[in-house]
Write a protein that binds this ligand. Sequence first.
Ligand SMILES: [Zn+2]
Length: 326
Amino acid sequence: MPYAEALLQTRVLDKKCSQVVGIAIPHEKRVKRNATRLRLPLLIAALLCFQSVYPQHTRTFSPRKVQVRFVHSPYADYLFYLLYRNTNDFSSVAQAVPLDAIPTAGGPISLSEVVASSKIKDYRNIYPLLKDYRKPTGLVIFKPMPKILGYGKTLPSYESLISIVRQGESSYPKFLELWEKEVAPQEQKSIEAWQKQNAQCVPLERLQELERVRFPFPSLDVGAIAFHFSGSNNTSPTGVYTRLFDKPNLAFTLGHEATHLIVNKYVGYNWTRHPRAAEAIDAVKKLGGNDFDIEESLCLFMQVTLPQECGDTSKAARVSSQLNDV
Ligand SMILES: [Zn+2]
């Protein structure tokens, strides 16, 4: 794709990033306001990043063969409903399983994603997974492995989380009935489409070739979570997670979320150590942005580029234009 066109698509997507990247909604609203002022610094920053993105044929590169596992879980969906009351296309759940008396969590945490990858079989198995929130020192813990605990600016208290999960326990069986009937078939449909796309294109290998950076993990979970705000990722368990779309597109999800993992500063390619990264970050900071704006622009770019690499036409990539019209 011509470079200018790619940047244009990135910018168009950036305007509606909150539709695509739910975990960054407050941050993206600020970026949206500053979109015009940030355009040039982001372009400079993207240039730095794209030194890695565009293939350099003078060197050989072999992508890591990553074991991809597709997962979904009623507990993961229920937690998006219980913790945040998010329902997406399944708004009837509010009548079928009312939770009005239970407060919501103060900010997004990674519990649902961890649950999806843990494949738990009993509601009581959620409680041990909350132990990381007992005395956290930040949004990320580092031992035994780096793990993202939350996606907002702060974490809800352990006491509030355990209280919400306890209060939600009695309503879970009713939710499960609805999930098995209405939600699971939709998630299974997405997973089947992803499996075909993975076999046809192997998008995670294509992504590594485009970025010329090896994926930092030997395996990756891809989670279908119908009640998810949008998309997210975590380093432990290693996974990317997404809401459902009318047209399942594995390359779209991996282009964005797996790029976040590839450039994760704790376990992946820490692009902020690039010789010219400080220059780019300074330019963005002067206009009210930060280094995450640069990373996010790269991810938005790759969520368009990777599907095209896997055969999507430019017409199919018009998802960006549709989002811009919302
Ligand atoms: Zn993102």
